[in-house]
Structures are given as C-alpha cells and as structure tokens.
Design a protein around this ligand. Structure first.
Ligand SMILES: CC(C)(COP(=O)(O)OP(=O)(O)OC[C@H]1O[C@@H](n2cnc3c(N)ncnc32)[C@H](O)[C@@H]1OP(=O)(O)O)[C@@H](O)C(=O)NCCC(=O)NCCS
Length: 161
C-alpha cells in the first residue's frame, strides 16, 4: 500500500466511491473539490496495485491552538480492518504536525457508531469542553454542522514535532 497526496484527478473516483463506501447519504454532498484542490497538501489517498482503497481529506485551522481538521475519512469495504485508515491518519498527522498543529479534530455524525469506535481505538477522545448536550449517552455539540445537525466532536493531541 502506498499513501500519496490526493489530486484533482482523484475527485471523480472519490465521488463514486463515497456512494458505496459510506452508509451516510449526505457523504456525497460533503465531498467538496476544495479538498483535492486548495487543501490537497492535507488530503491523502491509499493505493494498492494502482487502485485507490481509501482516502482522508482534511485541512489545518489556525485559531489560538492550531489543529488538523479531518473532513472525511473512508476505506474500501473490501479492505477494512487492514490498517488503511490508520495509515492515512499517520500521513495526515505527520503533515499537520510539520505545519505546527498540536492536535487532530473530527466531527462525527452521532449515528455513525462505527466511526466513533474507530476514532476511540485510534486514541481520540470526546472534546468535552465543547459538548453541550448528550444523545443516547454520547456527548454532542448541538448544531455543530448547521441547524439540527449535531456532531460528536473528538480530539487527539499530537506529540510535538
Ligand atoms: C471507519 C473506517 C474509516 C475505518 O477504516 P479501516 O481501514 O477499517 O480502519 P483500520 O483498519 O485502520 O483500523 C484501525 C483500528 O481501528 C479498529 N477499527 C476499525 N473499524 C472499526 C470499527 N468499525 N469499530 C471498532 N474498531 C474499529 C481496527 O480494528 C483497528 O484496531 P487495531 O489497531 O487494534 O487493529 C471505515 O470503517 C469506513 O470507511 N467507514 C465508512 C466511512 C466512515 O464512516 N468514515 C468516518 C466518518 S467520520
């Protein structure tokens, strides 16, 4: 498996892949080309034998506490539980650390229990500083992604570069 930066030429494939790789029907709309154009230095794909088997799209944000924000991450259902997403996270963490970030942040749909479990496994924690309510016992941020769109916000501190 190789990990490389995502490019605009990957966009068409990712758009098709997201429909079959993701149960969330909103995922298609979230796949903005911005992430393979303006933010391509923090977008990665995993390839095996020339075939894309996973992707992670993100960006860096620079408020007081610089953070690497993960917009989307997915692996091909045929290749799950084989370290594809963790390898993508490794590349992303290394890149954003180089850019001065001290933590990773992701906002997850509360219905996506698998993604929450996966991120806990990777060492993410609920960001309880920003949570303002709970859904089925899970801390969420109300309206994080727009009106009525609550999200589970998770963070992981990065070791210094
Ligand atoms: C979540 C997802 C990205 C994980 O990808 P993956 O390539 O299977 O992940 P990895 O193989 O790198 O797994 C890393 C670790 O997480 C664990 N893990 C993976 N999926 C898991 C799950 N659904 N539940 C619990 N643990 C999980 C693995 O067992 C592994 O643990 P280990 O280090 O002890 O071996 C993948 O299931 C996916 O694409 N889901 C659909 C898209 C999605 O929901 N994305 C997240 C939106 S925020």
């Amino acid at each position: 498996m190789i990990i490389r930066n995502a490019t605009p030429s990957d966009y068409g494939f990712l758009l098709q892949a997201v429909d079959t790789w993701w149960a969330d029907e909103d995922a298609h709309d979230q796949l903005d080309p911005l992430f393979v154009r303006q933010f391509s230095d923090t977008g990665f794909v995993a390839e095996e034998g020339g075939r894309v088997i996973g992707f992670l799209l993100g960006c860096t944000c620079y408020p007081d506490n610089p953070e690497g924000y993960i917009h989307m991450v997915a692996s091909d259902p045929c290749c799950r539980q084989q370290g594809v997403a963790s390898a993508l996270y490794g590349a992303f963490a290394a890149r954003v650390r180089q850019k001065g970030c001290s933590k990773l942040v992701i906002a997850i749909n509360p219905a996506n229990h698998q993604a929450i479990c996966f991120h806990l496994r990777l060492g993410f924690e609920h960001d309880r500083r920003v949570c303002d309510s709970e859904l089925d016992g899970i801390p969420v941020v109300s309206g994080y992604a727009g009106p009525g769109q609550d999200r589970v916000v998770m963070v992981k501190q990065l070791d210094p570069a």
